[in-house]
Design a protein around this ligand. Structure first.
Ligand SMILES: NC(=O)c1ccc[n+]([C@@H]2O[C@H](COP(=O)([O-])OP(=O)(O)OC[C@H]3O[C@@H](n4cnc5c(N)ncnc54)[C@H](OP(=O)(O)O)[C@@H]3O)[C@@H](O)[C@H]2O)c1
Length: 337
C-alpha cells in the first residue's frame, strides 16, 4: 500500500511517499481503508519534533475518513464495511491517516452516516472535538452539546474563519446559543456568516468591544479563544460575570497576562483546552455529540458552510502541509488513492 511517512523532524521535505505492507489489526483495533485524510496545524507542528525513541517512522495526520475493511480480536465483526470517521489516529501511535490503510482502536473509528461525505468525516476530529470542549467546559455548563443545551448563552468565537472556530460556530448554533465572532477581513466575514454566526465583527476595522457589547450588553458567557495573548484585554472587557475564556492555541514561549483582581471579581475562568489530554469521559461525550450533530446535518463543510476545501493527492502531502503552514483559509484534505 502507499503510505506517507517521516523518519526525522523537519519541514515538509521529511515526508516521503513509500510502499508498505497492509497491516493486520491487533486486539481491539480496526483497519480502515482510508478515503480522505484531514490535515490540521498539529500535523505540521508535530512534524517539526523528533519521533519518540520507540518509533522508527510515523505516518502523519490524526483525522480521516474511510471504510472499515478488517477488525482484530475483541471487535464486533459486523463493523466490517462500515463507513467511519477517525480521530487522533497518530496520537502517540505510528499509524496516521495519510496512507491507504490505517489501524486505530475500535472507539476511534466512529460511524459516518451515508448522507455524510468522507470530506466531512475527515474534517471532524481535531476541530470539532476541540470546539466541543471549549463550548462545554464552563462552570455549571451542560457538559454536552445538543439542541437547546446552550439556549440563553452568548458565545464569542475568536477568528470565525478558522477551522476550530468554524466547528465552534456550527456546534454553538446547533445548541441554541447566540453566536458572535471576530474576523480580520470582509472575505472571512462572509465565511463566518456562512458558518452561522449571528453577528460578525471585523476586529481590525471596528471597535470590537463596543460592537460585541452592543449585541450582548450583559457580556458574553463563553469565549472560544484562538489568540489569548492578543485578545486578553478584549476578552476581559466583554466577558459576563462567571464567563469562561476557553483558549486552545499558543506558540512556544507565548505568555498570557491577565489582571488578577478584575478577573477574580468577575469569577472569570481562564481555561486551557488541549484536545489530546481532555478527560476520557469528556472526550467520549464529545465524540457522541459530534456524531449526533453529523447525523442531524448540523455540521457541514465547504464554502457554503464557511469552510472552503483544499484537496491534494496523497503524493502531494508535502504541498498540503506547506499550504496549511502558510495560512491557507479553510480545510486542507488529502485524497487517498
Ligand atoms: N489545543 C488544542 O487542542 C488545539 C486543537 C486544534 C487547533 N489548535 C491550534 O489552534 C490554532 C488554530 O487552529 P485552526 O485549525 O483553527 O487554524 P486555522 O484554520 O488556521 O485558523 C486560525 C484562525 O485564527 C485567527 N486568528 C489569528 N489571530 C487572531 C486574533 N488575534 N484574533 C482573532 N482571530 C485570530 C485567524 O484569522 P485572522 O488572522 O485573519 O484573524 C484564523 O482564522 C492552531 O495554532 C492550532 O495548532 C489547538
Amino acid at each position: 500500500m502507499k503510505s506517507v511517512v517521516r523518519t526525522a523532524a523537519g519541514g515538509p521535505e521529511v515526508l516521503e511517499l513509500v510502499e508498505r505492507s497492509v497491516p493486520e489489526p491487533g486486539p481491539g483495533e480496526v483497519r480502515v481503508r482510508m478515503r480522505v485524510s484531514g490535515v490540521n496545524p498539529t500535523d505540521w507542528r508535530s512534524r517539526g519534533r523528533p519521533l519518540p525513541p520507540e518509533m522508527k517512522e510515523q505516518v502523519p495526520h490524526q483525522d480521516g475518513a474511510g471504510v472499515i475493511d478488517a477488525v482484530g480480536p475483541q471487535v464486533d465483526p459486523a463493523r466490517v464495511g462500515q463507513r467511519v470517521w477517525v480521530w487522533e489516529a497518530a496520537w502517540e501511535r505510528p499509524w496516521g491517516t495519510a496512507q491507504q490503510y490505517t489501524l486505530v482502536p475500535d472507539k476511534q473509528a466512529v460511524a459516518l452516516p451515508d448522507h455524510a461525505s468522507f470530506e466531512l468525516g475527515a474534517a471532524l476530529g481535531i476541530p470539532a472535538l476541540t470546539a466541543h470542549r471549549a463550548l462545554t467546559v464552563h462552570d455549571g455548563g451542560p457538559g454536552r452539546i445538543a439542541p437547546g443545551t446552550l439556549h440563553g448563552a452568548t458565545v464569542l468565537v475568536a477568528g470565525g474563519a478558522g477551522a476550530v472556530a468554524n466547528a465552534a460556530i456550527q456546534l454553538a448554533r446547533w445548541a441554541g446559543a447566540q453566536v458572535i465572532t471576530t474576523v480580520s477581513s470582509p472575505a472571512k466575514a462572509e465565511l463566518a456568516r456562512a458558518a452561522g454566526a449571528h453577528r460578525v465583527v471585523n476586529y481590525r476595522t471596528q471597535d470590537a468591544a463596543a460592537e460585541i457589547l452592543a449585541v450582548a450588553p450583559e457580556g458574553v458567557d463563553i469565549i472560544v479563544e484562538v489568540a489569548p495573548e492578543a485578545n486578553a484585554a478584549l476578552d476581559m472587557c466583554v466577558a459576563a460575570r462567571g464567563a469562561v475564556v476557553a483558549y486552545y492555541s499558543g506558540a512556544e514561549g507565548v505568555q498570557l497576562s491577565v489582571p488578577v483582581l478584575t478577573s477574580l471579581s468577575a469569577n472569570l475562568r481562564w481555561q486551557s483546552v488541549f484536545v489530546y489530554t481532555v478527560h476520557p469521559a469528556a472526550k467520549r461525550q464529545a465524540v457522541t455529540d459530534v456524531a449526533a450533530a453529523v447525523d442531524a446535518g448540523a455540521l457541514r463543510v465547504g464554502e457554503e458552510a464557511g469552510l472552503p476545501l483544499h484537496r491534494f493527492p496523497l503524493e502531494r502531502t508535502r504541498d498540503a502541509h506547506a499550504a496549511l503552514e502558510q495560512g491557507i483559509v479553510g480545510k486542507v484534505l488529502v485524497d487517498i488513492p
